[in-house]
Design a protein around this ligand. Structure first.
Ligand SMILES: *[C@@H]1O[C@H](CO)[C@@H](O)[C@H](O)[C@H]1NC(C)=O
Ligand SMILES: *[C@@H]1O[C@H](CO)[C@@H](O)[C@H](O)[C@H]1NC(C)=O
Ligand SMILES: *[C@@H]1O[C@H](CO)[C@@H](O)[C@H](O)[C@H]1NC(C)=O
Ligand SMILES: *[C@@H]1O[C@H](CO)[C@@H](O)[C@H](O)[C@H]1NC(C)=O
Ligand SMILES: *[C@@H]1O[C@H](CO)[C@@H](O)[C@H](O)[C@H]1NC(C)=O
Ligand SMILES: *[C@@H]1O[C@H](CO)[C@@H](O)[C@H](O)[C@H]1NC(C)=O
Ligand SMILES: *[C@@H]1O[C@H](CO)[C@@H](O)[C@H](O)[C@H]1NC(C)=O
Ligand SMILES: *[C@@H]1O[C@H](CO)[C@@H](O)[C@H](O)[C@H]1NC(C)=O
Ligand SMILES: *[C@@H]1O[C@H](CO)[C@@H](O)[C@H](O)[C@H]1NC(C)=O
Ligand SMILES: *[C@@H]1O[C@H](CO)[C@@H](O)[C@H](O)[C@H]1NC(C)=O
Length: 306
Protein backbone atom coordinates (compact mmCIF):
# COMPACT_ATOMS: atom_id res chain seq x y z
CA UNK A 1 0.00 0.00 0.00
CA UNK A 2 2.69 2.48 1.03
CA UNK A 3 4.26 4.34 -1.84
CA UNK A 4 7.77 5.83 -1.49
CA UNK A 5 6.05 9.20 -1.77
CA UNK A 6 3.94 8.55 1.33
CA UNK A 7 6.86 7.04 3.24
CA UNK A 8 8.92 10.09 2.55
CA UNK A 9 6.18 12.53 3.53
CA UNK A 10 5.28 10.54 6.63
CA UNK A 11 7.82 12.22 8.90
CA UNK A 12 6.74 15.70 8.10
CA UNK A 13 2.96 15.18 8.29
CA UNK A 14 0.83 15.22 11.39
CA UNK A 15 -0.90 11.96 12.40
CA UNK A 16 -4.59 12.97 11.87
CA UNK A 17 -3.85 14.04 8.30
CA UNK A 18 -2.08 10.76 7.63
CA UNK A 19 -5.05 8.79 8.86
CA UNK A 20 -7.31 10.63 6.42
CA UNK A 21 -4.87 10.17 3.57
CA UNK A 22 -4.70 6.42 4.22
CA UNK A 23 -8.47 6.15 4.27
CA UNK A 24 -8.75 8.13 1.05
CA UNK A 25 -6.17 5.86 -0.53
CA UNK A 26 -8.13 2.77 0.57
CA UNK A 27 -11.33 4.29 -0.81
CA UNK A 28 -9.91 4.98 -4.25
CA UNK A 29 -8.08 1.64 -4.40
CA UNK A 30 -11.16 -0.51 -3.64
CA UNK A 31 -12.23 -2.47 -6.74
CA UNK A 32 -15.96 -1.58 -6.60
CA UNK A 33 -17.06 1.68 -5.10
CA UNK A 34 -20.09 2.28 -2.98
CA UNK A 35 -23.27 3.39 -4.75
CA UNK A 36 -24.37 6.95 -4.03
CA UNK A 37 -26.98 7.86 -1.46
CA UNK A 38 -29.20 9.29 -4.20
CA UNK A 39 -29.14 5.91 -5.97
CA UNK A 40 -29.91 3.83 -2.88
CA UNK A 41 -32.68 6.29 -1.98
CA UNK A 42 -34.24 5.92 -5.45
CA UNK A 43 -34.25 2.14 -5.03
CA UNK A 44 -35.61 2.30 -1.46
CA UNK A 45 -38.41 4.53 -2.75
CA UNK A 46 -39.21 1.89 -5.39
CA UNK A 47 -39.26 -0.80 -2.67
CA UNK A 48 -41.57 1.38 -0.56
CA UNK A 49 -44.01 1.55 -3.50
CA UNK A 50 -44.43 -2.24 -3.40
CA UNK A 51 -46.92 -3.96 -1.15
CA UNK A 52 -45.55 -5.47 2.08
CA UNK A 53 -46.53 -8.98 0.93
CA UNK A 54 -45.31 -8.31 -2.61
CA UNK A 55 -41.72 -7.15 -2.26
CA UNK A 56 -40.22 -10.49 -3.27
CA UNK A 57 -38.12 -10.53 -0.08
CA UNK A 58 -36.05 -7.73 -1.57
CA UNK A 59 -36.03 -5.96 1.78
CA UNK A 60 -33.71 -8.71 3.09
CA UNK A 61 -30.87 -7.30 1.00
CA UNK A 62 -32.17 -3.83 0.09
CA UNK A 63 -31.20 -2.14 3.37
CA UNK A 64 -30.69 1.61 3.33
CA UNK A 65 -27.17 2.47 4.37
CA UNK A 66 -25.57 -0.59 2.73
CA UNK A 67 -23.97 -0.65 -0.73
CA UNK A 68 -26.85 -0.93 -3.20
CA UNK A 69 -24.49 -2.45 -5.79
CA UNK A 70 -24.66 -5.63 -3.69
CA UNK A 71 -28.47 -5.73 -3.48
CA UNK A 72 -30.51 -8.50 -5.13
CA UNK A 73 -31.22 -7.77 -8.79
CA UNK A 74 -28.89 -4.77 -9.01
CA UNK A 75 -25.86 -4.52 -11.27
CA UNK A 76 -23.44 -1.57 -11.12
CA UNK A 77 -20.65 -0.42 -13.37
CA UNK A 78 -17.13 -0.42 -11.93
CA UNK A 79 -17.53 3.17 -10.71
CA UNK A 80 -20.59 2.26 -8.61
CA UNK A 81 -23.32 3.52 -10.95
CA UNK A 82 -26.47 1.37 -11.04
CA UNK A 83 -26.80 0.12 -14.64
CA UNK A 84 -29.28 -2.78 -14.36
CA UNK A 85 -32.37 -3.42 -12.26
CA UNK A 86 -33.35 -6.99 -13.12
CA UNK A 87 -36.38 -8.12 -11.14
CA UNK A 88 -38.32 -10.38 -13.52
CA UNK A 89 -40.56 -13.02 -11.93
CA UNK A 90 -39.99 -12.03 -8.29
CA UNK A 91 -43.63 -11.97 -7.22
CA UNK A 92 -43.60 -8.17 -6.98
CA UNK A 93 -46.96 -6.52 -6.26
CA UNK A 94 -47.82 -2.85 -6.07
CA UNK A 95 -46.91 0.19 -8.13
CA UNK A 96 -43.81 1.17 -10.09
CA UNK A 97 -42.31 4.23 -8.42
CA UNK A 98 -41.14 6.97 -10.80
CA UNK A 99 -38.15 7.36 -8.45
CA UNK A 100 -36.27 4.89 -10.68
CA UNK A 101 -35.80 7.73 -13.16
CA UNK A 102 -33.35 9.23 -10.65
CA UNK A 103 -30.97 6.35 -11.43
CA UNK A 104 -29.27 8.45 -14.07
CA UNK A 105 -26.97 5.67 -15.34
CA UNK A 106 -29.66 2.98 -15.59
CA UNK A 107 -29.46 1.03 -18.87
CA UNK A 108 -31.74 -1.98 -18.35
CA UNK A 109 -34.94 -2.24 -16.33
CA UNK A 110 -36.70 -5.61 -16.41
CA UNK A 111 -39.83 -6.06 -14.30
CA UNK A 112 -41.42 -8.76 -16.49
CA UNK A 113 -43.71 -11.48 -15.06
CA UNK A 114 -44.75 -9.81 -11.80
CA UNK A 115 -48.10 -8.50 -10.53
CA UNK A 116 -47.35 -4.80 -10.77
CA UNK A 117 -50.34 -2.51 -11.16
CA UNK A 118 -51.18 1.11 -11.74
CA UNK A 119 -49.63 3.04 -14.58
CA UNK A 120 -46.20 2.86 -16.18
CA UNK A 121 -44.35 6.06 -15.15
CA UNK A 122 -43.86 7.67 -18.54
CA UNK A 123 -40.58 9.19 -17.28
CA UNK A 124 -39.08 5.70 -17.66
CA UNK A 125 -39.97 5.52 -21.36
CA UNK A 126 -38.64 9.05 -21.82
CA UNK A 127 -35.49 8.29 -19.78
CA UNK A 128 -32.21 9.82 -20.89
CA UNK A 129 -30.33 6.60 -20.08
CA UNK A 130 -32.52 3.48 -20.37
CA UNK A 131 -31.93 1.38 -23.49
CA UNK A 132 -33.97 -1.70 -22.49
CA UNK A 133 -37.33 -1.35 -20.72
CA UNK A 134 -39.40 -4.47 -20.14
CA UNK A 135 -42.60 -4.62 -18.07
CA UNK A 136 -44.42 -7.44 -19.91
CA UNK A 137 -46.82 -9.76 -18.05
CA UNK A 138 -48.02 -7.42 -15.29
CA UNK A 139 -51.35 -5.71 -14.57
CA UNK A 140 -50.41 -2.22 -15.70
CA UNK A 141 -53.15 -0.05 -17.12
CA UNK A 142 -53.95 3.41 -18.39
CA UNK A 143 -52.78 5.38 -21.41
CA UNK A 144 -49.26 5.87 -22.64
CA UNK A 145 -48.64 9.58 -22.75
CA UNK A 146 -47.37 11.04 -26.01
CA UNK A 147 -43.94 12.68 -26.14
CA UNK A 148 -43.56 15.99 -27.92
CA UNK A 149 -41.24 15.52 -30.86
CA UNK A 150 -39.33 18.70 -30.07
CA UNK A 151 -37.37 16.69 -27.53
CA UNK A 152 -33.93 15.35 -28.42
CA UNK A 153 -33.46 11.73 -29.40
CA UNK A 154 -33.97 9.04 -26.73
CA UNK A 155 -31.54 6.15 -26.18
CA UNK A 156 -34.36 3.54 -25.92
CA UNK A 157 -33.68 0.42 -28.04
CA UNK A 158 -36.06 -2.23 -26.70
CA UNK A 159 -39.51 -1.56 -25.24
CA UNK A 160 -41.69 -4.49 -24.18
CA UNK A 161 -44.98 -3.52 -22.54
CA UNK A 162 -46.84 -6.58 -23.82
CA UNK A 163 -49.44 -8.59 -21.89
CA UNK A 164 -50.75 -5.83 -19.65
CA UNK A 165 -54.06 -3.96 -19.62
CA UNK A 166 -53.04 -0.73 -21.33
CA UNK A 167 -55.86 1.12 -23.11
CA UNK A 168 -56.40 4.20 -25.20
CA UNK A 169 -54.82 5.70 -28.26
CA UNK A 170 -51.36 4.31 -28.96
CA UNK A 171 -48.69 7.05 -29.11
CA UNK A 172 -47.97 8.28 -32.63
CA UNK A 173 -45.43 11.09 -32.32
CA UNK A 174 -43.24 9.59 -29.55
CA UNK A 175 -41.57 7.37 -32.18
CA UNK A 176 -40.10 10.41 -33.91
CA UNK A 177 -37.57 10.73 -31.07
CA UNK A 178 -36.79 7.04 -30.52
CA UNK A 179 -34.13 7.02 -33.20
CA UNK A 180 -32.34 4.03 -31.65
CA UNK A 181 -35.39 1.80 -31.39
CA UNK A 182 -34.82 -1.82 -32.43
CA UNK A 183 -37.79 -3.66 -30.95
CA UNK A 184 -41.27 -2.56 -29.87
CA UNK A 185 -43.61 -5.10 -28.33
CA UNK A 186 -47.01 -3.84 -27.17
CA UNK A 187 -48.93 -7.02 -27.96
CA UNK A 188 -51.82 -8.34 -25.89
CA UNK A 189 -53.18 -5.04 -24.53
CA UNK A 190 -56.24 -2.98 -25.52
CA UNK A 191 -54.62 -0.19 -27.47
CA UNK A 192 -56.73 1.61 -30.06
CA UNK A 193 -55.99 4.01 -32.89
CA UNK A 194 -53.68 3.78 -35.86
CA UNK A 195 -50.43 1.94 -36.18
CA UNK A 196 -47.71 4.61 -35.98
CA UNK A 197 -46.38 5.34 -39.44
CA UNK A 198 -43.07 6.98 -38.57
CA UNK A 199 -41.13 4.33 -36.65
CA UNK A 200 -38.91 3.04 -39.47
CA UNK A 201 -38.46 6.46 -41.00
CA UNK A 202 -36.89 7.72 -37.78
CA UNK A 203 -35.23 4.55 -36.48
CA UNK A 204 -32.99 3.08 -39.18
CA UNK A 205 -32.21 -0.10 -37.17
CA UNK A 206 -35.82 -0.93 -36.35
CA UNK A 207 -36.20 -4.73 -36.58
CA UNK A 208 -39.20 -6.00 -34.58
CA UNK A 209 -42.77 -4.78 -34.23
CA UNK A 210 -45.38 -6.78 -32.34
CA UNK A 211 -48.74 -5.05 -31.92
CA UNK A 212 -50.86 -8.21 -32.16
CA UNK A 213 -53.87 -8.81 -29.89
CA UNK A 214 -55.02 -5.19 -29.53
CA UNK A 215 -57.74 -3.06 -31.15
CA UNK A 216 -55.73 -1.14 -33.69
CA UNK A 217 -57.79 0.15 -36.61
CA UNK A 218 -57.11 1.92 -39.87
CA UNK A 219 -54.68 0.70 -42.49
CA UNK A 220 -51.14 -0.58 -42.12
CA UNK A 221 -49.54 2.73 -43.06
CA UNK A 222 -46.25 1.85 -41.47
CA UNK A 223 -43.94 3.67 -43.84
CA UNK A 224 -42.78 0.15 -44.62
CA UNK A 225 -40.81 1.40 -47.59
CA UNK A 226 -38.22 2.64 -45.05
CA UNK A 227 -38.20 -0.54 -42.99
CA UNK A 228 -35.15 -2.10 -44.60
CA UNK A 229 -34.06 -3.82 -41.35
CA UNK A 230 -37.51 -5.00 -40.24
CA UNK A 231 -37.48 -8.76 -39.62
CA UNK A 232 -40.68 -9.32 -37.62
CA UNK A 233 -44.05 -7.67 -38.29
CA UNK A 234 -46.86 -9.01 -36.13
CA UNK A 235 -50.11 -7.05 -36.26
CA UNK A 236 -52.59 -9.93 -36.21
CA UNK A 237 -55.78 -9.97 -34.12
CA UNK A 238 -56.67 -6.28 -34.51
CA UNK A 239 -59.31 -4.32 -36.44
CA UNK A 240 -57.08 -3.27 -39.32
CA UNK A 241 -58.65 -2.42 -42.66
CA UNK A 242 -57.45 -1.34 -46.07
CA UNK A 243 -55.10 -2.92 -48.56
CA UNK A 244 -51.66 -4.34 -47.93
CA UNK A 245 -49.24 -1.41 -47.97
CA UNK A 246 -47.23 -0.81 -51.15
CA UNK A 247 -44.02 -0.47 -49.19
CA UNK A 248 -44.22 -4.07 -47.96
CA UNK A 249 -42.17 -5.34 -50.88
CA UNK A 250 -39.35 -2.95 -49.99
CA UNK A 251 -39.00 -4.44 -46.50
CA UNK A 252 -36.84 -7.22 -47.90
CA UNK A 253 -35.40 -8.29 -44.51
CA UNK A 254 -38.83 -9.49 -43.36
CA UNK A 255 -38.74 -13.02 -41.99
CA UNK A 256 -42.04 -13.16 -40.17
CA UNK A 257 -45.28 -11.47 -41.24
CA UNK A 258 -48.47 -12.06 -39.29
CA UNK A 259 -51.62 -10.22 -40.31
CA UNK A 260 -54.13 -12.86 -39.18
CA UNK A 261 -57.59 -11.95 -37.92
CA UNK A 262 -58.12 -8.49 -39.36
CA UNK A 263 -60.46 -6.92 -41.93
CA UNK A 264 -58.00 -6.18 -44.71
CA UNK A 265 -59.11 -5.92 -48.33
CA UNK A 266 -57.56 -6.72 -51.65
CA UNK A 267 -55.34 -9.48 -52.95
CA UNK A 268 -51.82 -10.67 -52.37
CA UNK A 269 -49.83 -9.28 -55.30
CA UNK A 270 -48.04 -12.23 -56.90
CA UNK A 271 -45.75 -10.06 -59.04
CA UNK A 272 -43.99 -8.68 -55.94
CA UNK A 273 -44.29 -11.09 -53.01
CA UNK A 274 -41.36 -13.22 -54.21
CA UNK A 275 -39.04 -10.26 -53.49
CA UNK A 276 -39.38 -10.97 -49.77
CA UNK A 277 -36.80 -13.72 -50.09
CA UNK A 278 -36.07 -13.98 -46.33
CA UNK A 279 -39.65 -14.90 -45.40
CA UNK A 280 -40.00 -17.96 -43.20
CA UNK A 281 -43.49 -17.29 -41.76
CA UNK A 282 -46.39 -15.71 -43.64
CA UNK A 283 -49.57 -15.84 -41.58
CA UNK A 284 -52.62 -14.41 -43.34
CA UNK A 285 -55.35 -16.57 -41.76
CA UNK A 286 -58.66 -14.66 -41.68
CA UNK A 287 -56.79 -11.47 -42.55
CA UNK A 288 -59.63 -10.55 -44.92
CA UNK A 289 -57.61 -10.76 -48.14
CA UNK A 290 -59.31 -12.24 -51.20
CA UNK A 291 -58.17 -14.06 -54.31
CA UNK A 292 -55.87 -17.02 -54.68
CA UNK A 293 -52.42 -17.54 -53.28
CA UNK A 294 -50.09 -16.44 -56.08
CA UNK A 295 -47.87 -19.12 -57.59
CA UNK A 296 -44.82 -16.91 -57.02
CA UNK A 297 -45.06 -17.72 -53.30
CA UNK A 298 -43.39 -20.94 -54.40
CA UNK A 299 -40.25 -18.93 -55.09
CA UNK A 300 -39.91 -18.09 -51.38
CA UNK A 301 -37.29 -20.74 -50.69
CA UNK A 302 -37.12 -20.21 -46.92
CA UNK A 303 -40.86 -20.24 -46.28
CA UNK A 304 -41.76 -22.80 -43.62
CA UNK A 305 -45.23 -21.73 -42.55
CA UNK A 306 -48.01 -20.27 -44.68
C1 LIG B 1 -31.49 6.44 3.61
O1 LIG B 1 -30.67 6.77 4.70
C2 LIG B 1 -30.18 8.11 4.65
C3 LIG B 1 -29.27 8.33 5.81
O2 LIG B 1 -28.35 7.29 5.90
C4 LIG B 1 -31.35 9.07 4.66
O3 LIG B 1 -30.87 10.40 4.53
C5 LIG B 1 -32.29 8.76 3.54
O4 LIG B 1 -33.44 9.59 3.63
C6 LIG B 1 -32.72 7.32 3.58
N1 LIG B 1 -33.50 7.05 2.39
C7 LIG B 1 -34.70 6.52 2.44
C8 LIG B 1 -35.40 6.37 1.13
O5 LIG B 1 -35.23 6.16 3.47
C1 LIG C 1 -39.37 -7.83 4.70
O1 LIG C 1 -40.78 -7.73 4.58
C2 LIG C 1 -41.46 -8.84 5.15
C3 LIG C 1 -42.92 -8.68 4.83
O2 LIG C 1 -43.36 -7.39 5.08
C4 LIG C 1 -41.20 -8.85 6.64
O3 LIG C 1 -41.84 -9.98 7.21
C5 LIG C 1 -39.70 -8.96 6.88
O4 LIG C 1 -39.44 -8.88 8.25
C6 LIG C 1 -38.99 -7.83 6.16
N1 LIG C 1 -37.56 -8.02 6.27
C7 LIG C 1 -36.73 -7.04 6.59
C8 LIG C 1 -35.28 -7.41 6.60
O5 LIG C 1 -37.10 -5.92 6.86
C1 LIG D 1 -35.40 12.59 -7.81
O1 LIG D 1 -34.53 13.11 -6.82
C2 LIG D 1 -34.78 14.45 -6.46
C3 LIG D 1 -33.68 14.92 -5.54
O2 LIG D 1 -33.41 13.93 -4.57
C4 LIG D 1 -36.17 14.52 -5.83
O3 LIG D 1 -36.48 15.85 -5.48
C5 LIG D 1 -37.20 14.02 -6.83
O4 LIG D 1 -38.47 13.98 -6.23
C6 LIG D 1 -36.84 12.62 -7.31
N1 LIG D 1 -37.71 12.23 -8.39
C7 LIG D 1 -38.57 11.23 -8.31
C8 LIG D 1 -39.41 10.98 -9.50
O5 LIG D 1 -38.65 10.53 -7.32
C1 LIG E 1 -36.61 -9.77 -19.13
O1 LIG E 1 -36.54 -10.95 -18.35
C2 LIG E 1 -37.28 -12.05 -18.90
C3 LIG E 1 -37.22 -13.18 -17.90
O2 LIG E 1 -35.91 -13.43 -17.52
C4 LIG E 1 -36.66 -12.42 -20.24
O3 LIG E 1 -37.40 -13.47 -20.82
C5 LIG E 1 -36.70 -11.21 -21.16
O4 LIG E 1 -36.06 -11.52 -22.36
C6 LIG E 1 -36.02 -10.01 -20.51
N1 LIG E 1 -36.24 -8.84 -21.35
C7 LIG E 1 -35.29 -8.17 -21.98
C8 LIG E 1 -35.72 -7.00 -22.79
O5 LIG E 1 -34.12 -8.49 -21.91
C1 LIG F 1 -40.24 -8.73 -24.90
O1 LIG F 1 -39.88 -8.25 -26.18
C2 LIG F 1 -38.49 -8.10 -26.36
C3 LIG F 1 -38.30 -7.53 -27.72
O2 LIG F 1 -38.76 -8.39 -28.69
C4 LIG F 1 -37.80 -9.44 -26.19
O3 LIG F 1 -36.41 -9.26 -26.27
C5 LIG F 1 -38.16 -10.05 -24.85
O4 LIG F 1 -37.62 -11.35 -24.76
C6 LIG F 1 -39.66 -10.12 -24.69
N1 LIG F 1 -39.99 -10.61 -23.37
C7 LIG F 1 -40.68 -11.73 -23.16
C8 LIG F 1 -40.93 -12.07 -21.72
O5 LIG F 1 -41.09 -12.44 -24.05
C1 LIG G 1 -43.88 -10.02 -27.46
O1 LIG G 1 -44.10 -10.33 -26.11
C2 LIG G 1 -44.84 -11.51 -25.92
C3 LIG G 1 -45.06 -11.68 -24.46
O2 LIG G 1 -46.16 -10.90 -24.05
C4 LIG G 1 -44.10 -12.68 -26.50
O3 LIG G 1 -44.88 -13.86 -26.38
C5 LIG G 1 -43.83 -12.41 -27.97
O4 LIG G 1 -43.03 -13.46 -28.50
C6 LIG G 1 -43.10 -11.11 -28.14
N1 LIG G 1 -42.99 -10.83 -29.55
C7 LIG G 1 -41.85 -10.89 -30.20
C8 LIG G 1 -41.93 -10.68 -31.67
O5 LIG G 1 -40.78 -11.09 -29.64
C1 LIG H 1 -52.15 -12.13 -22.72
O1 LIG H 1 -52.03 -11.69 -21.39
C2 LIG H 1 -52.68 -12.53 -20.45
C3 LIG H 1 -52.48 -11.92 -19.09
O2 LIG H 1 -52.63 -10.54 -19.14
C4 LIG H 1 -52.05 -13.91 -20.48
O3 LIG H 1 -52.73 -14.76 -19.58
C5 LIG H 1 -52.13 -14.47 -21.89
O4 LIG H 1 -51.42 -15.68 -21.95
C6 LIG H 1 -51.50 -13.50 -22.88
N1 LIG H 1 -51.73 -13.97 -24.23
C7 LIG H 1 -50.74 -14.04 -25.13
C8 LIG H 1 -51.17 -14.47 -26.50
O5 LIG H 1 -49.59 -13.79 -24.87
C1 LIG I 1 -54.36 4.69 -45.22
O1 LIG I 1 -55.13 5.66 -44.52
C2 LIG I 1 -54.70 6.98 -44.73
C3 LIG I 1 -55.47 7.89 -43.81
O2 LIG I 1 -56.80 7.45 -43.65
C4 LIG I 1 -54.88 7.33 -46.21
O3 LIG I 1 -54.42 8.64 -46.45
C5 LIG I 1 -54.06 6.36 -47.06
O4 LIG I 1 -54.27 6.59 -48.43
C6 LIG I 1 -54.44 4.92 -46.74
N1 LIG I 1 -53.50 4.04 -47.42
C7 LIG I 1 -53.87 2.90 -48.01
C8 LIG I 1 -52.77 2.10 -48.63
O5 LIG I 1 -55.03 2.51 -48.03
C1 LIG J 1 -39.62 0.87 -52.94
O1 LIG J 1 -38.28 0.97 -53.42
C2 LIG J 1 -38.23 1.45 -54.76
C3 LIG J 1 -36.78 1.37 -55.22
O2 LIG J 1 -35.91 1.81 -54.22
C4 LIG J 1 -38.74 2.90 -54.78
O3 LIG J 1 -38.72 3.41 -56.09
C5 LIG J 1 -40.19 2.91 -54.26
O4 LIG J 1 -40.67 4.22 -54.16
C6 LIG J 1 -40.27 2.24 -52.89
N1 LIG J 1 -41.69 2.11 -52.52
C7 LIG J 1 -42.19 2.60 -51.39
C8 LIG J 1 -43.66 2.44 -51.19
O5 LIG J 1 -41.50 3.16 -50.56
C1 LIG K 1 -62.89 -4.19 -33.12
O1 LIG K 1 -63.71 -5.24 -33.60
C2 LIG K 1 -64.49 -5.87 -32.61
C3 LIG K 1 -65.19 -7.05 -33.23
O2 LIG K 1 -65.44 -6.85 -34.58
C4 LIG K 1 -65.46 -4.84 -32.05
O3 LIG K 1 -66.21 -5.42 -31.03
C5 LIG K 1 -64.68 -3.68 -31.47
O4 LIG K 1 -65.57 -2.65 -31.05
C6 LIG K 1 -63.74 -3.09 -32.50
N1 LIG K 1 -62.90 -2.11 -31.85
C7 LIG K 1 -62.59 -0.95 -32.40
C8 LIG K 1 -61.70 -0.06 -31.58
O5 LIG K 1 -63.00 -0.61 -33.50
Amino acid sequence: MRTPFLAQKQKSLSMPFLGLAARLLLFFASPTSFCTEQESSSLINFLDGLMPDGNGDLNDSWVNGTDCCKWEGIICSSDGTVTDVLLAARGLKGGISPSLVNLTGLLHLNLSHNSLEGSLPIELVFSRSIIGLEVSFNHLKGHLQEMQSSNPSLPLQVLNISSNSFTGQFPLTTWKVTKNLVALNASNNSFTGQIPSSICINAPSFAMLDLSYNQFSGNISLGLGSCSMLRVLKVGHNNLTGALPDGLINATSLEHISLANNDLQGVLDGSHIFKLSSLTVLDLGSAGLSGTIPASVGQLRRLKKL
